[in-house]
Design a protein around this ligand. Sequence first.
Ligand SMILES: Cc1cc2nc3c(=O)[nH]c(=O)nc-3n(C[C@H](O)[C@H](O)[C@H](O)COP(=O)(O)OP(=O)(O)OC[C@H]3O[C@@H](n4cnc5c(N)ncnc54)[C@H](O)[C@@H]3O)c2cc1C
Length: 483
Amino acid sequence: MDASILKKLREIVGAENVLDSPESRIAYSYDATAMRPQMPAAAVVPSTPEQISQILTLANEEKFPVVPRGSGTGLSGGALPMENSIVLLTNHWSRILDIDEENHTVMVEPGVITGHLHAAVEKRGFLYPPDPGSSSICTLGGNVAENSGGLRGLKYGVTKNYVLGLEVILPTGEILTTGGKSVKDVAGYDLKSILVGSEGTLGIFTKILLKIIPRPEFSRTMLASFSSMDDAARSVSAVISARITPAMLEFLDNTTIRCVEDYTRMGLPVESAAILLVEVDGRPQVVEEDAALIEGIFRQHHATSLTVAGSEAEALRLKTARRSAFTSLARVKPTTIMEDVAVPRADLSRLVARIDEIGRKNGVAIGNFGHAGDGNLHPNYLTNERDPVEFARAEKTVFEVEEAAIEMGGTITGEHGVGLYKKRLLEKMVGSASVTMMRTLKGLMDPNNILNPGKVFDIRPRCEGPLPRDREQIKKFEEVAWI
Ligand SMILES: Cc1cc2nc3c(=O)[nH]c(=O)nc-3n(C[C@H](O)[C@H](O)[C@H](O)COP(=O)(O)OP(=O)(O)OC[C@H]3O[C@@H](n4cnc5c(N)ncnc54)[C@H](O)[C@@H]3O)c2cc1C
């Protein structure tokens, strides 16, 4: 990047807030996605919306890309920089500005850690339901940009169901506010619905108004194991058919159970094909009735063990099995690709079988866990990106699993977003008319294509297929003939 641009950035935010040492550039060259790092020209730390506006105005004049970033826990490459870009950090804007108990709303800055908001509102008898597995580190700005889901999605929905208003800096530098505390508001187009889930491509959030709900009085958590995946999947369908909506209905497969046990030593049944973690919440009498019904359903479906938590500490312990799934799998190999496909919930068992088959065919170890109640599965491909042939096998497997999810009427991403990693299949997933409309919208809002360019879709159409960088490797892999 031209030194004169860096000088202008220093004039806007102060010299100490333009981080362009090699160490800083390396620190912001990657996110949690298993993709090749790319060095930005600098990371920039603005302190007011006006400074962000000035940075974007400068980016439009000088034509350099700006990549917004929260905590960098994204799993689709949304915060990955590109050549000659700056990474714009909002993670230090971490104040909860207002908790309005009368209107059941909170106003936050984008850098508030999701788990910090959970704790702050729970102290006052409220719940902010969206609960990504990464809630102890991810930011609310990132959650809104990705429309993040999480463990409580089945009963309570995802981030978009809680965003009431936004202050956002548009790619051209205008500061826009949309939405508010009114429960009902249909004045004009619903702009916040376009901005939520826009993956840092349509605006930078600087304030977020969220809905909170009264904290459920009581909850019951249980963990059941099954000797067949089919029994576990049929249990999930039976619970939903019984018109019970658990707050959590999570699943772990055998590979994941073994890895979690190896890591936590919490006494999980390592021979089981599947574990279901369930939490029901609400009024005590209803919770006890639902918990008893679920217990009966699990027994009918041949649960081989069932543990019902008798205290909050025990409930936390059972949830550790699910919360430590990714960390446990990540210890097995140097690289873990955490994937995110979803299918109609009744097809979950078929999807798991298909993933096993694809993994075996390609010689890739896979640990599956996810949000069974939502039909949203996270296959984790255990691989090594330093071994190009092994890594190509894993990427081929990712691609085939995504295609299988589409064939089954599902989606290539339930909650992690498209970013860089999945854009090659977006058109196949949503159709060319939808992608054309997205491109048109992006072109109108960001005519110079400076805000997180190349994420979600390419500005010009490209062919679908495995990740471009690995096409050669995949060819090589096919020649060596594992398949
Ligand atoms: C172990 C683990 C578990 C996870 N579990 C879940 C889960 O259960 N459910 C789920 O949905 N996700 C999950 N994730 C994915 C990830 O945590 C979420 O996508 C999260 O919302 C990203 O937040 P972040 O602050 O890290 O954002 P980043 O990774 O920094 O950025 C993500 C995207 O948001 C944009 N962005 C960030 N801040 C802003 C802003 N202020 N304005 C505009 N755009 C912005 C970025 O440009 C990028 O496109 C998990 C990740 C990990 C590593």
